[in-house]
Design a protein around this ligand. Structure first.
Ligand code: AMP
Ligand code: TRP
Length: 327
C-alpha cells in the first residue's frame, strides 16, 4: 500500500509565493508517488472571525489554486474539511488526551493570541484539529512549510499518547519540508515570515497578483548595504530573494552561485521578478480557465469528499471502539 500524505491550507487571506514554494509546489511533486489528500481547512479558518460570504468564496478559490498549481484530482483527493464531519469528531477525542500545557507552548498560538483582545478556545484547540486531520487518514507524511513543523511534532506526541493509552491505533506521521523555500520571508521585512494576514504593501507576492504588481513588490524588496551579491556576507533580504529564485527554478547551489555572485541588487531583483512572473502567468491562466468552467470545482470537491469519507468513518469507528464509546 502507498504511504498516505495529508496536507491543507486555510481559506483565509490571499495565498502567496510562500504558500506555493513552501507547500503547494511540493504537493504537486509528490502527488503520483503517494496516496495524497489535499484539504481546504475551513474549520481552521474560523478560529479567527471570517465573513461568511468571503469564507465561502475563499474555499472555492483555494480549491481552484490547488488545481491551477497542478494537483490532479484524478490522482489525489481534494476536499473541504467541513464536508467530512469526522474531522471535528476525532478532534474532540484527541482534545481529551492532550494536556493544555502542550497547546499553550505552541509558537503560532502565542503569536496569534497576543494579537487578540479575547482569545477564542478554537485558537488554542487549533493544533488538535490539525492532528485530527492527519490522524483521521493515518497519513505517514505531512508536507508543509517550516512554520507548521511544530504542529506536526505535536501531532506525533498526541498520536503516541493515544496509542500508549488505548493501544496501537494511529500511524505516527513525519514532516516533509522542501529543501529550499520552507520559510519565505516578507519582502518588506526579511525578519518576518511572509504571511497571509500581513497587509503592508510590498510585503508579499500573492499568487493571483498581476505581473506589474509582482515586479513592483520584488523590485522594492529590502536588501542590505552591500552593492552586489556576496554569498558570504549577504543579509536575510538578499538570501530570501535568492531562495525565491532557487525554489521557483530548481537551480542547484553551484549554478545559483555562478549566476548571481557579484551581480548588483537591481539586476538580481529583475531576474527574480522575471522568474516569478514566468511561473505565475501560466498559473493564473490555468486558474481563470478552471473557475470559468461551470460545475467543475463543485464536482472535484464532492468527488474528493466521497473518496475519503469511508477512510474517515473507519478511523473514527476504531477510535470509538478503543475508547469504549458507543458504536
Ligand atoms: P497557511 O497560510 O497558514 O494556511 O499555510 C499553508 C501552507 O503554507 C503551510 O504548509 C505553511 O507551512 C506554508 N507556508 C505559509 N507561509 C509560508 C512561508 N512564508 N514560507 C514557506 N511556507 C509557508
Ligand atoms: N495549520 C495549517 C496551516 O495553517 C493548515 C492545516 C490544517 C494543515 N490541517 C492540516 C496542514 C493538516 C497539514 C496537515 O498551514
Amino acid at each position: 500500500m502507498k504511504t498516505r500524505v495529508f496536507s491543507g491550507m486555510q481559506p483565509s487571506g490571499n495565498l502567496h509565493i510562500g504558500n506555493y514554494l513552501g507547500a503547494l509546489k511540493n504537493w504537486v511533486r509528490i502527488q503520483s508517488e503517494y496516496e495524497c489528500i489535499f484539504c481546504i481547512v475551513d474549520l481552521h479558518a474560523i478560529t479567527l472571525y471570517q465573513g461568511p460570504a468571503e469564507l465561502r468564496a475563499k474555499i472555492d478559490e483555494i480549491a481552484a489554486l490547488y488545481l491551477a498549481a497542478g494537483i490532479d484530482p484524478k490522482v489525489c483527493s481534494i476536499m473541504v474539511q467541513s464536508a467530512v464531519p469526522e474531522h471535528a469528531e476525532l478532534a474532540w477525542m484527541l482534545t481529551c488526551v492532550t494536556p493544555v500545557g502542550w497547546l499553550e507552548r505552541m509558537t503560532q498560538y502565542k503569536a496569534k493570541a497576543a494579537r487578540q483582545e479575547s482569545v477564542g478556545d478554537g485558537l488554542l484547540q487549533y493544533p488538535v484539529l490539525m492532528a485530527a486531520d492527519i490522524l483521521l487518514y493515518q497519513a505517514g507524511i505531512v508536507p508543509v512549510g517550516e512554520d507548521q513543523a511544530q504542529h506536526v511534532e505535536l501531532t506525533r506526541d498526541i498520536a503516541q499518547r493515544f496509542n500508549s493509552l488505548y493501544g496501537e491505533t494511529f500511524v505516527v506521521p513525519g514532516t516533509s519540508l522542501p529543501a529550499v523555500g520552507a520559510r519565505i520571508m516578507g519582502l518588506d521585512d526579511p525578519a518576518q515570515k511572509m504571511s497571509k494576514s500581513e497587509t503592508a504593501a510590498n510585503h508579499a507576492v500573492a499568487l493571483l497578483d498581476p505581473p506589474d504588481k509582482i515586479r513592483k513588490a520584488i523590485m522594492r524588496a529590502t536588501t542590505d548595504s552591500n552593492p552586489a551579491v556576496d554569498y558570504e556576507t549577504a543579509g536575510p533580504g538578499v538570501l530570501n530573494l535568492l531562495a525565491i529564485y532557487q525554489a521557483f527554478s530548481g537551480a542547484p547551489d553551484a549554478e545559483m552561485k555562478a549566476r548571481f555572485t557579484g551581480l548588483r541588487y537591481g539586476e538580481l531583483k529583475k531576474q527574480v521578478a522575471d522568474m516569478a512572473i514566468a511561473h505565475l502567468e501560466p498559473f493564473q491562466e490555468r486558474y481563470r480557465r478552471i473557475v470559468s468552467e461551470p460545475g467543475y470545482l463543485a464536482g472535484v470537491l464532492r468527488g474528493g469528499a466521497e473518496r475519503v469519507a469511508p477512510l474517515a468513518a473507519a478511523t473514527v469507528r476504531m477510535v470509538k471502539e478503543r475508547m469504549g464509546l458507543y458504536v
